[in-house]
Design a protein around this ligand. Sequence first.
Ligand code: NAP
Length: 244
Amino acid sequence: MEEKNITNKVAIVTGGSRGIGAEIVKTLEKTGYSVVLNYNKSKEIAGSIAKEYQNVYTYQADVSEPNSVKELFDYVYHDFGRIDLLVNNAGIDLIKTINDTTYEEFDKIMKTNLYSAFCASKEASKYMINQKNGQIINISSIWGVVGASCEVAYAISKAGMDAMTKSLAKELGPSNIRVNSIAPGIIDTDMNNNLSEDEKKAIIEEIPLERIGTTSDIAECVLFLEKNKYITGQIIQVNGGWNI
Ligand code: NAP
């Protein structure tokens, strides 16, 4: 692999091929970052984003596998020489009662949503501690904050991310590394394709701002956190007021 001549700050976005992650990738690139877009299955979509955005570089890795996460970070450090921002965004959901949730499904949710973020944060923090600078943003969920009926595994994984956010903010703050969560409410992405129009309408009725969120609502919050140098250890809820 050739070392790239990078002068920009470098961000890694896990699960950057679709939905919220893809919007974060594009937004960071537009603000001057070189962005490593990690994807798992959506090779074509990832490639088309990289084609359109000059400073986006794709890397395939299943982040639920620690060895793949390590390879991703080895690639980034080797080719880019720095890591300024990690966005732990890759995630899957599971809508099932606790009785219907198998141990294998529980493991898969934990490995994809939480273990991946732990491994990526472990790898990133090595570099960030040396740099004495860096930032980690975890995309968690409203369900990690308030709990979710029939999404117990998902909610546990997201609450775990928020606990990691607060713990790492304390541990890494002295190294000038900020760690925050963004906990979205309902956002218009493929993840909610299972909802019928009537179900969406019912949800909107519960949201004070009377709409489903957009991927830009989340990407703008990433930019806000990226800019503000005195926020760490916070769970920023971007949900239209759904949980108040
Ligand atoms: P999405 O549209 O389903 O996209 C999920 C992304 O995660 C895809 O880019 C996918 O990549 C990637 N991914 C999944 N498993 C992966 C793995 N093992 N390794 C690497 N990448 C993987 O979902 P989304 O709505 O944008 O969700 C993004 C994050 O926001 C998730 O963590 C989700 O829990 C959270 N969130 C979403 C909502 C919502 O309402 N949409 C609400 C709260 C929180 P490939 O396609 O390449 O496999």
